[in-house]
Design a protein around this ligand. Structure first.
Ligand code: C5P
Length: 219
């Protein structure tokens, strides 16, 4: 059987994971949040005070330990070394350091390998930065999801408020722009629209409108 692969890439906070989750649920496909994998590695490096530019130390310390996604009533939980890191990987500390760790070629090679292994043998919706360009270059549908920085900062601010995190919207806008810059300018598989991806600008769209637009693409 040939399995269906849907790749959703784009800059930070453009709505990729919200949409990918809904889409996967509707299609009954597996959802893989590749950003959570890079966040998990970053969390581990920070927790163990490993230098964030030392890919050997980071990879050695991680070894073959799997980053586990566990279905739960409130969505997927992420576990690493028997610790539930679902909340911890969304901290400002992880968010503002993840681009440094994800730029390490060895870390990317390891995550890409793991992502392809997960994709093999099942229908999947994967979101990230390099899914359409590098991880699943033969994906059946490739979406490049974008939104204005102001709109993305507004959405992140709302998400944060629900979690009791209070960072000014202006600061969030700066952090989002800085992360996009780093992710787009790294040497190894930078954030980039695949030549055969369809761009969807979600700035003025509702969540159901975006899901519908992608379902149309799939059909
Ligand atoms: O998607 P999310 O914002 O959680 O991703 C966190 C970070 O992980 C990104 O800013 C980027 O540095 C890295 N990432 C990546 N490649 C992916 C997914 C995420 O480099 N496929």
């Amino acid at each position: 059987k040939k399995f269906v692969q849907i790749a959703i890439d784009g800059p930070a906070s453009a709505g990729k994971s919200t949409i990918a989750k809904l889409l996967a649920k509707q299609l009954r496909y597996v959802y893989l949040d590749t950003g959570a994998m890079y966040r998990a590695v970053t969390w581990w490096a920070l927790k163990n005070h490993l230098p964030l530019n030392d890919e050997k130390a980071i990879l050695q310390s991680l070894g073959h330990e799997p980053i586990v996604f566990v279905p739960a009533a409130d969505g997927q939980h992420v576990r690493l070394f028997d610790t539930d890191i679902t909340t911890a990987i969304r901290s400002e500390d992880v968010t503002n350091n993840v681009s440094q760790v994800s730029a390490l070629p060895g870390v990317r090679a390891e995550m890409t390998k793991r992502q392809r292994e997960i994709a093999a043998g099942q229908d999947i919706v994967m979101d990230g930065r390099d899914i359409g360009t590098t991880v699943l270059p033969h994906a059946d549908v490739k979406i490049f999801m974008v939104a204005s920085v102001a709109e993305r900062a507004k959405r992140r601010f709302k998400d944060n408020a629900e979690k009791g995190i209070h960072v000014p919207e202006e600061t969030l806008a700066k952090e989002i722009a800085a992360r996009d810059y780093k992710d787009s300018h790294r040497a190894e598989s930078p954030l980039k629209k695949a030549a055969d991806a369809v761009t969807i600008d979600t700035t003025h769209l509702t969540i159901p409108q975006v899901v519908a637009a992608i379902v149309t693409e799939i059909e």
